[in-house]
Design a protein around this ligand. Structure first.
Ligand SMILES: [Zn+2]
Length: 273
């Protein structure tokens, strides 16, 4: 087996994505939170949250054979206990993160997907990859993003509309009928998409933060099959290079309206056979 990954921050910002692998597990997280300049109740920030939750998850995956959702619930609690005595975790903008977890056991592959990072499974018995994507945030957001999408990315008006959009979505975070993401509430883990597949049926698995999945999902410049091929050869760094190239060709978001002109981008490929 072979794991390769690449990660790159949006230009000029700290990287709030996290990726880690062992011989039998891979985790990818995409930190999310209040836009720069907003109060969040947490002195540590979004990158710290994603790194703390991700490193707790990968450590537990090595030591523990509990169900993935159970491991995630406990990790959310553990990370809350690392800062609840200094930070206000009741703040509605406390840092959060999407989560993709993959674990290989003796004969099976377990997966978990929470919020908008994407898992693409290259199956030996079907031509089309199996794409596991939790689109609840996108569905909630679709009703509220028209004003933001109509404005040129990078303009002060777009920045203000993005802030209003984030504040609106916040009211739907970790609530029934809204969307679920790892933050303070361990219950969110129960809302993740989970499954188990026979290992011998999976050729490879790709994990993508939405800053990397946008090449296929938002820009439609590759299919998911082509995304898997690109990750295999020349590799994850080339996928991110193509994302940046597309973003630079559409700096104001007129072709592909998006909340952020550039986002942190992380891509991992796990070849199982
Ligand atoms: Zn904190």
């Amino acid at each position: 087996m072979r794991v390769t990954f690449a990660t790159e921050a949006a230009p000029g910002r700290p990287n709030e994505d996290f990726v880690a692998a062992t011989p039998n597990a891979v985790v990818l997280l995409d930190g999310a939170g209040a836009p720069a300049g907003s109060e969040s109740g947490c002195v540590h920030g979004v990158a710290w949250y994603a790194q703390s939750l991700g490193s707790t998850l990968i450590t537990t995956l090595v030591q523990d054979d509990k169900a993935l959702a159970e491991i995630l619930a406990e990790a959310i609690k553990t990370v809350a206990s690392l800062h609840d005595f200094v930070c206000d975790l009741t703040h509605p903008d406390s840092p959060s993160a999407t989560v993709v977890m993959l674990r290989r056991t003796a004969d099976a592959l377990d997966y978990l997907v929470l919020a908008d990072s994407v898992l693409v499974l290259d199956m030996l018995d079907t031509a089309e990859p199996l794409v596991v994507c939790d689109d609840r945030e996108a569905r909630v957001g679709a009703a509220h993003r028209a004003a933001m999408d109509a404005l040129p990315s990078g303009s002060p008006e777009h920045t203000a509309a993005h802030r209003r959009y984030v504040e609106t979505l916040r009211d739907h975070r970790n609530r029934d009928g809204g969307f679920w993401i790892a933050a303070v509430v361990p219950l969110a883990a129960e809302q993740a998409l989970t499954g188990t597949l026979p290992t011998e049926k999976v050729r490879a698995a790709a994990l993508l933060s939405d800053g990397a999945s946008r090449l296929a999902a938002r820009f439609h410049l590759t299919t998911w099959r082509q995304t898997l091929d690109l990750l295999d050869d020349p590799g994850p760094a080339e996928l991110i290079r193509r994302v940046r190239e597309a973003e630079h060709d559409d700096p104001d978001g007129s072709r592909w309206p998006r909340a952020k002109a550039h986002d942190d981008a992380t891509a991992a490929l796990w070849k199982l056979s």
